[in-house]
Design a protein around this ligand. Structure first.
Ligand code: 5GP
Length: 188
Protein backbone atom coordinates (compact mmCIF):
# COMPACT_ATOMS: atom_id res chain seq x y z
CA UNK A 1 0.00 0.00 0.00
CA UNK A 2 1.93 2.98 -1.32
CA UNK A 3 0.24 5.65 0.80
CA UNK A 4 1.09 3.68 3.97
CA UNK A 5 4.68 3.07 2.87
CA UNK A 6 5.16 6.77 2.12
CA UNK A 7 3.81 7.67 5.55
CA UNK A 8 6.10 5.18 7.29
CA UNK A 9 9.11 6.65 5.46
CA UNK A 10 8.00 10.19 6.22
CA UNK A 11 6.90 9.90 9.87
CA UNK A 12 8.14 6.54 11.19
CA UNK A 13 11.04 6.51 13.63
CA UNK A 14 13.46 3.71 14.50
CA UNK A 15 14.20 2.78 18.06
CA UNK A 16 16.88 0.45 19.38
CA UNK A 17 15.88 -3.20 19.55
CA UNK A 18 14.11 -3.25 16.20
CA UNK A 19 11.17 -1.08 17.19
CA UNK A 20 9.44 1.14 14.65
CA UNK A 21 7.60 4.05 16.22
CA UNK A 22 4.53 5.13 14.27
CA UNK A 23 2.75 6.93 17.07
CA UNK A 24 2.00 10.05 15.05
CA UNK A 25 -0.44 8.14 12.77
CA UNK A 26 -1.19 4.64 14.19
CA UNK A 27 -0.23 4.03 17.81
CA UNK A 28 -1.09 7.25 19.62
CA UNK A 29 -2.33 10.00 17.34
CA UNK A 30 -4.30 8.27 14.58
CA UNK A 31 -4.91 9.32 11.00
CA UNK A 32 -8.52 8.27 10.34
CA UNK A 33 -8.20 8.58 6.56
CA UNK A 34 -5.13 6.36 6.50
CA UNK A 35 -6.87 3.89 8.86
CA UNK A 36 -9.88 3.79 6.52
CA UNK A 37 -7.58 3.19 3.54
CA UNK A 38 -5.97 0.32 5.48
CA UNK A 39 -9.39 -1.13 6.32
CA UNK A 40 -10.50 -0.95 2.66
CA UNK A 41 -7.33 -2.74 1.63
CA UNK A 42 -7.93 -5.53 4.17
CA UNK A 43 -11.49 -5.88 2.86
CA UNK A 44 -10.15 -6.14 -0.71
CA UNK A 45 -7.45 -8.68 0.25
CA UNK A 46 -9.91 -10.87 2.14
CA UNK A 47 -12.78 -10.56 -0.34
CA UNK A 48 -12.61 -14.24 -1.35
CA UNK A 49 -12.90 -15.50 2.25
CA UNK A 50 -16.01 -16.25 4.26
CA UNK A 51 -16.00 -14.92 7.80
CA UNK A 52 -18.54 -13.57 10.22
CA UNK A 53 -16.44 -11.74 12.81
CA UNK A 54 -13.42 -9.49 13.17
CA UNK A 55 -11.16 -10.12 16.18
CA UNK A 56 -8.42 -7.77 17.37
CA UNK A 57 -6.40 -7.10 20.51
CA UNK A 58 -6.37 -3.87 22.46
CA UNK A 59 -5.34 -1.25 21.94
CA UNK A 60 -3.87 -0.41 18.54
CA UNK A 61 -5.70 -3.08 16.55
CA UNK A 62 -9.10 -1.68 17.48
CA UNK A 63 -9.11 1.27 15.06
CA UNK A 64 -8.42 -0.67 11.84
CA UNK A 65 -10.55 -3.61 13.02
CA UNK A 66 -13.63 -1.54 13.71
CA UNK A 67 -13.36 0.13 10.30
CA UNK A 68 -13.20 -3.30 8.62
CA UNK A 69 -16.23 -4.33 10.67
CA UNK A 70 -18.04 -1.14 9.70
CA UNK A 71 -17.38 -1.59 5.98
CA UNK A 72 -18.50 -5.23 6.06
CA UNK A 73 -21.20 -4.71 8.71
CA UNK A 74 -19.72 -7.46 10.88
CA UNK A 75 -19.23 -7.53 14.66
CA UNK A 76 -15.79 -6.68 16.04
CA UNK A 77 -14.54 -8.16 19.31
CA UNK A 78 -11.30 -7.17 20.98
CA UNK A 79 -9.18 -9.38 23.19
CA UNK A 80 -8.62 -7.67 26.53
CA UNK A 81 -5.24 -7.27 28.15
CA UNK A 82 -6.75 -6.93 31.63
CA UNK A 83 -9.11 -9.47 33.12
CA UNK A 84 -12.36 -7.73 34.09
CA UNK A 85 -13.98 -9.04 37.29
CA UNK A 86 -17.35 -9.17 35.59
CA UNK A 87 -16.59 -11.15 32.41
CA UNK A 88 -18.75 -14.25 31.90
CA UNK A 89 -17.43 -17.41 30.20
CA UNK A 90 -13.89 -16.10 30.08
CA UNK A 91 -11.24 -17.75 27.90
CA UNK A 92 -7.66 -16.73 28.65
CA UNK A 93 -4.09 -17.36 27.65
CA UNK A 94 -0.66 -15.81 28.25
CA UNK A 95 1.02 -13.59 25.65
CA UNK A 96 4.54 -12.17 25.67
CA UNK A 97 4.70 -8.47 24.80
CA UNK A 98 7.52 -7.63 22.42
CA UNK A 99 7.56 -3.91 23.16
CA UNK A 100 7.14 -4.23 26.95
CA UNK A 101 9.16 -7.48 27.27
CA UNK A 102 6.80 -9.08 29.75
CA UNK A 103 4.09 -11.74 29.85
CA UNK A 104 0.49 -10.83 30.43
CA UNK A 105 -2.79 -12.69 30.52
CA UNK A 106 -5.23 -11.84 27.75
CA UNK A 107 -8.87 -12.83 27.68
CA UNK A 108 -12.05 -12.89 25.64
CA UNK A 109 -15.56 -13.93 26.53
CA UNK A 110 -16.70 -17.27 25.13
CA UNK A 111 -20.03 -15.48 24.59
CA UNK A 112 -18.37 -13.43 21.81
CA UNK A 113 -16.03 -16.06 20.37
CA UNK A 114 -17.68 -19.42 19.82
CA UNK A 115 -17.45 -22.56 17.72
CA UNK A 116 -19.78 -20.90 15.20
CA UNK A 117 -17.26 -18.17 14.43
CA UNK A 118 -15.04 -17.84 11.37
CA UNK A 119 -12.74 -14.96 12.18
CA UNK A 120 -10.32 -12.51 10.65
CA UNK A 121 -7.74 -11.22 13.14
CA UNK A 122 -6.53 -7.64 12.58
CA UNK A 123 -3.59 -5.99 14.39
CA UNK A 124 -1.16 -3.13 13.94
CA UNK A 125 2.14 -5.07 13.90
CA UNK A 126 3.38 -8.57 13.26
CA UNK A 127 6.76 -8.99 14.97
CA UNK A 128 7.47 -12.39 16.55
CA UNK A 129 3.88 -13.55 16.36
CA UNK A 130 3.25 -13.73 20.10
CA UNK A 131 -0.05 -11.86 19.92
CA UNK A 132 -1.04 -13.97 16.90
CA UNK A 133 -0.21 -17.12 18.86
CA UNK A 134 -2.44 -15.91 21.69
CA UNK A 135 -5.28 -15.49 19.21
CA UNK A 136 -4.67 -18.98 17.84
CA UNK A 137 -4.86 -20.37 21.38
CA UNK A 138 -8.04 -18.45 22.26
CA UNK A 139 -9.72 -19.52 19.02
CA UNK A 140 -8.75 -23.13 19.74
CA UNK A 141 -10.28 -22.87 23.22
CA UNK A 142 -13.46 -21.41 21.73
CA UNK A 143 -13.56 -23.82 18.80
CA UNK A 144 -13.57 -20.84 16.41
CA UNK A 145 -11.85 -21.00 13.01
CA UNK A 146 -9.26 -18.43 11.94
CA UNK A 147 -9.76 -17.66 8.25
CA UNK A 148 -6.88 -15.16 7.98
CA UNK A 149 -4.89 -12.49 9.77
CA UNK A 150 -4.17 -8.94 8.62
CA UNK A 151 -1.42 -6.66 9.92
CA UNK A 152 -0.83 -3.03 9.03
CA UNK A 153 2.94 -3.52 9.33
CA UNK A 154 5.00 -6.73 9.31
CA UNK A 155 8.60 -6.66 10.45
CA UNK A 156 10.05 -9.34 8.20
CA UNK A 157 13.35 -9.48 10.11
CA UNK A 158 11.46 -11.03 13.02
CA UNK A 159 9.82 -14.43 12.95
CA UNK A 160 6.06 -13.90 13.11
CA UNK A 161 5.63 -14.55 9.39
CA UNK A 162 7.56 -17.84 9.58
CA UNK A 163 5.51 -18.82 12.60
CA UNK A 164 2.17 -18.18 10.83
CA UNK A 165 3.32 -20.00 7.69
CA UNK A 166 4.35 -22.99 9.86
CA UNK A 167 0.85 -23.00 11.32
CA UNK A 168 -0.71 -22.80 7.85
CA UNK A 169 -2.40 -19.49 8.62
CA UNK A 170 -3.04 -17.12 5.74
CA UNK A 171 -1.97 -13.57 6.50
CA UNK A 172 -1.54 -10.26 4.75
CA UNK A 173 0.56 -7.25 5.69
CA UNK A 174 -0.06 -3.82 4.16
CA UNK A 175 3.60 -2.78 4.51
CA UNK A 176 6.66 -4.92 5.19
CA UNK A 177 9.75 -3.64 6.95
CA UNK A 178 12.80 -5.57 5.78
CA UNK A 179 15.26 -3.97 8.17
CA UNK A 180 15.70 -1.28 10.80
CA UNK A 181 19.47 -1.74 10.94
CA UNK A 182 21.49 1.38 11.71
CA UNK A 183 18.20 3.13 12.40
CA UNK A 184 17.34 3.18 8.70
CA UNK A 185 13.87 2.09 7.66
CA UNK A 186 14.10 -0.33 4.74
CA UNK A 187 10.73 -1.30 3.28
CA UNK A 188 10.04 -4.15 0.87
P1 5GP B 1 4.31 -9.87 18.25
O1 5GP B 1 3.25 -10.30 19.20
O2 5GP B 1 4.05 -10.24 16.82
O3 5GP B 1 5.67 -10.27 18.70
O4 5GP B 1 4.32 -8.28 18.32
C1 5GP B 1 3.18 -7.62 17.87
C2 5GP B 1 2.66 -6.68 18.93
O5 5GP B 1 3.72 -5.97 19.57
C3 5GP B 1 1.77 -5.66 18.27
O6 5GP B 1 0.47 -5.81 18.78
C4 5GP B 1 2.36 -4.32 18.62
O7 5GP B 1 1.52 -3.69 19.55
C5 5GP B 1 3.66 -4.60 19.28
N1 5GP B 1 4.83 -4.31 18.42
C6 5GP B 1 5.73 -5.19 17.94
N2 5GP B 1 6.70 -4.58 17.27
C7 5GP B 1 6.40 -3.27 17.29
C8 5GP B 1 7.07 -2.11 16.74
O8 5GP B 1 8.13 -2.16 16.10
N3 5GP B 1 6.44 -0.92 16.97
C9 5GP B 1 5.29 -0.82 17.67
N4 5GP B 1 4.77 0.40 17.81
N5 5GP B 1 4.66 -1.88 18.20
C10 5GP B 1 5.20 -3.10 18.01
Amino acid sequence: MDILKERIMQDGKCYPGGILKVDSFINHQMDPNLMMDCAKEFVRLFSDLHFNKIVTIEASGIAPAILVGYILQLPVVFIKKKQPKTMDNMLSTVVHSFTKDRDYTVCISNSFLTEDDHVIFIDDFLANGNAANGVIELCALAGAKIEAMGFIIEKAFQHGGDFLRSKGIKYEALATVESLDNCQILLK
